[in-house]
Design a protein around this ligand. Structure first.
Ligand code: LRH
Ligand code: MN
Length: 393
């Protein structure tokens, strides 16, 4: 790695120290596919234990101080007490994810269901999630709808959009303080003909008509193969409508693999657009989250590795020589412009990240430090009996 100038190093250090990556409570629980959910030793049995694992990731990475909850998977009697527990553990509760995709009544849709009573039930859950936000102090209500149809003619596409808009409007009206609504889109699955929020355009249109508190969430695994996700990032940032990012990676569909594992170059290109728009800073309002499922690999080390993958892509993006890039672009020098980006991408940033961790009082090797910590052995011994947490599907 070329010697960094003191200013470049200071800029890198400042930006990477300020980076915040939220982890997902459900990533610490058992997960799988329709074929099999493989249980693992030491898996949490309740939200308190999930938060302890999230706090462990923060302890070793220093940049994961919040954990997203999913309701009802993380439903508790006393959310204020859960928030207190999180604080004691050194983290805070993040986005509240609603779940209207596992109830039998929602087979033909939740907020888009032809049946008014079913829609009321779905909206009641969304409003319950805002109550949870009031109790946990969370800013973001994150909405992903599995709603869709499997066969042409099954339902009226426009009528479903009207129903969706009505439910979002009512929920949006319930938000208070600095609370936001983050609307996540997904091309398909579990619906296999038409999903009611399938792409960024549909999510953007709904958010635009709702108001400034409504923002779009991009999940890396929710696009058709070949989609240029960083283009969507640039366009939504330009429109001031990128509210969150669900990081993961995929080879085929919504595989929810470790971010950067399947396509580290795509992650770099995404972070390049984020850095170009100066949207890395927490104040810029983009909630960076990991939304992954560690079906076969040990979960906590996988989350730590994922945080490091985002840091590496971010560090490479921060090393792009912006002046040289601009000059080449303005000169129409296609190859030179591309070379500027590739030089940054091919830079091995692991040594400087290790140094920055050491400077921050962290072990330069978070995965190794976790393995040496004995935390896994502790939770494996403690978490015997009871019901391991999962997706409860
Ligand atoms: C849907 C999704 C959504 C979450 C769920 C766990 O595929 O990405 O963000 O609610 O995963
Ligand atoms: Mn997601």
């Amino acid at each position: 790695m070329p010697e960094l100038s003191p200013t470049t190093r200071a800029r890198l250090e400042q930006a990477l120290r300020a980076q915040r990556i939220e982890t997902a409570s459900w990533a610490y629980a058992n997960s799988g596919t329709r074929f099999k959910v493989f249980a693992q030793e030491g898996v949490p049995r309740d939200p308190y234990e999930k938060i302890a694992d999230a706090a462990t990731v923060h302890r070793f990475t220093g940049v994961a101080p919040t954990v997203a909850l999913h309701i009802p998977w993380d439903r508790v009697d006393d959310y204020a007490d859960l928030a207190r527990h999180a604080k004691e553990q050194g983290v805070a509760l993040g986005a509240i994810n609603a779940n209207v995709f596992q109830d039998d009544d929602f087979k033909l849709g939740s907020v888009t269901n032809p049946d008014t009573a079913v829609r009321r039930k779905a909206v009641a859950h969304l409003l319950e999630c805002v109550d949870v936000m009031d109790a946990t102090g969370s800013r973001d209500l994150k909405l992903w709808f599995s709603d869709g149809i499997n066969y042409p003619g099954q339902d009226d596409v426009r009528a479903r959009q009207d129903r969706l808009a009505e439910a979002l409007r009512e929920t949006y009206g319930r938000l208070g303080g600095d609370q936001r609504m983050l609307l996540e889109y997904k091309l398909f699955e579990p619906a296999f003909y038409a999903t009611d929020v399938p792409d960024w355009g549909t999510a953007y249109a709904h958010c635009l008509s709702l108001g400034e508190r409504a923002q779009v969430v991009i999940d890396t695994g929710h696009h058709a193969p070949g989609t240029n996700i960083e283009f969507i990032v640039a366009v939504l940032l330009r429109a001031g409508k990128l509210g969150g990012f669900d990081f993961n990676s995929r080879f085929y569909a919504d595989d929810d693999l470790m971010v950067g594992a399947a396509d580290p170059f795509q992650l770099f290109r995404i972070m390049h657009e984020i850095v170009l728009a100066d949207a890395l800073r927490p104040e810029a309002g983009v909630a960076f989250m990991l939304d992954q499922c560690h079906n076969i690999e040990p979960k906590i080390p996988a989350v730590i590795r994922s945080v490091m993958n985002v840091q590496e892509a971010t560090a490479k993006a921060l090393l792009v020589d912006r002046a040289a890039l601009r000059a080449a672009q303005d000169a129409g020098d296609v190859l030179a412009a591309n070379a500027v980006l590739m030089d940054a991408y091919h830079t091995d940033v692991r040594p400087v990240l290790a140094e920055l961790r050491a400077d921050a009082g962290l072990d330069p090797d978070p995965v190794g430090a976790y393995a040496r910590s004995g935390y896994f052995e502790k939770i494996r011994a403690e978490r015997v009996g009871g019901q391991q947490a999962g997706w409860g599907a």
